[in-house]
Design a protein around this ligand. Structure first.
Ligand code: KG4
Ligand code: ZN
Length: 341
């Protein structure tokens, strides 16, 4: 099966061609250049840039794959969640293409794309598994029972982990996106010189008390801000290392707990923050200790890309699912029971 994937939910315009498990084209146009000076993503600028580059990028993907449009079996496109204007650009383009080519269309949930990406590279990864999607917009832990059936075990109560990376990087005077910058800088710092406490998620008497797999990162960001206000704060590299140590420990601890709760031996980590080197290294050690298996897509496929959308779409298409041309985008949509809309 040959599927064209389109991803425009945030600040990357991406188009890919996937033939079964073979990536024939994987084209990404990053928008970092336009958002860097604002220190964050400006939604209107992001959607306008998608409009400008998507047609040309799709043509590049087609020629890179060495195919004709008519060779495609289907079009898969991210329909939720994300920046609504951005999603609508990709969705409109995908619908037009599907209509003109008379090919099936399938709408894909972006989080499902991240969650299933690891399966493309590791056929031995099978349902059920525990999956953590950790990106700029999400820190969500799932029990992936079967294709389209994802139980949310826990999520962030405030900032996503990637968002915390970006905000802390801004406080430290580093560029945007902050994750890769802190990743690099932390490798040269000493985490023991800037220790950060574990977030206390227990609110006595609150219904949240039972959500043992939840995360919180906004207090950590505040702790970094307070540390920087001291008369002689630790070196920036040490703060980066201390912050990263705390984030990694929080993520890993919940993952191991979720594996124990569900009885799953296979765990998946995906999303932009899964590119983090310290997280990857720590996971390798921990899974060994707990006799688990961890699956993380190659770095390029942890951050937003269209290959994961084509792959997730292909799984649903193979089950006979199709979306109609009245398919709509949604800015928010939790992953639960996902199928064609
Ligand atoms: O999945 P993604 O590309 O976009 C979203 O769907 O959000 O994730 C982007 C996020 C950003 O917050 C970025 O700072 C973070 O992932 N990120 C990293 C690293 N690379 C990207 N965070 C930590 N370490 C990294 N190496
Ligand atoms: Zn993403």
């Amino acid at each position: 099966m040959m599927v064209l994937g389109i991803e425009t939910s945030c600040d990357e315009t991406a188009v890919a061609v996937l033939r079964d498990r073979t990536i024939l084209a994987d084209c990404i146009a990053s928008q970092d250049d336009i958002h860097t000076r604002f220190g964050g993503i400006v939604p209107e600028l992001a959607s306008r840039r998608h409009i400008e580059v998507l047609p040309q990028l799709a043509e590049s993907a087609r020629t890179t794959a060495g195919i004709e449009w008519r060779n495609l079996d289907a079009i898969a496109v991210t329909r939720a969640p994300g920046l609504i204007g951005c999603l609508l650009v990709g969705l409109s383009f995908a619908k037009a293409l599907a209509f003109a080519l008379d090919k099936p269309l399938i709408g894909v949930n972006h989080l499902e794309g991240h969650l299933l990406a690891a399966q493309l590279f590791a056929p031995e990864l099978v349902f059920p598994f525990v999956g953590l999607v950790v990106s700029g917009g999400h820190t969500s832990l799932y029990h992936a029972r079967a294709l389209g059936q994802y139980e949310l075990l826990g999520a962030t109560r405030d900032d996503a982990a990637g968002e915390a990376y970006d905000k802390v990087a801004k406080l430290l005077g580093l560029g945007f996106p902050g994750g890769p910058q802190i990743d690099r800088l932390a490798a040269t710092g000493n985490a023991k010189a800037a220790r950060f406490a574990r977030p206390n998620l227990k609110v006595r008497g609150s219904p949240f008390e039972i959500a043992v797999h939840d995360f919180s990162f906004s207090g950590l960001k505040t702790a970094v801000a307070q540390l920087l206000q001291r008369s002689s704060p630790p070196a920036v590299a040490d703060i980066a290392a201390g912050f990263q140590h705390r984030v990694v420990e929080e993520l890993v601890r919940r993952l191991v707990a979720a594996a124990e709760t569900t009885g799953c031996r296979q765990i998946v980590v995906s999303g932009g923050v899964a590119a983090n080197r310290a997280l990857r290294a720590r996971l390798e050690t921990v899974v060994h200790e707990h006799q688990l298996q961890v699956f993380i897509p190659p770095v390029r496929f942890c951050t937003d890309n269209a290959v994961m959308i084509a792959w997730a779409g292909m799984q649903h298409l193979q089950r006979g699912e199709r979306s109609g041309l009245d398919l709509n985008a949604a800015a928010t949509e939790e992953l639960g029971h996902v199928g064609a809309a």
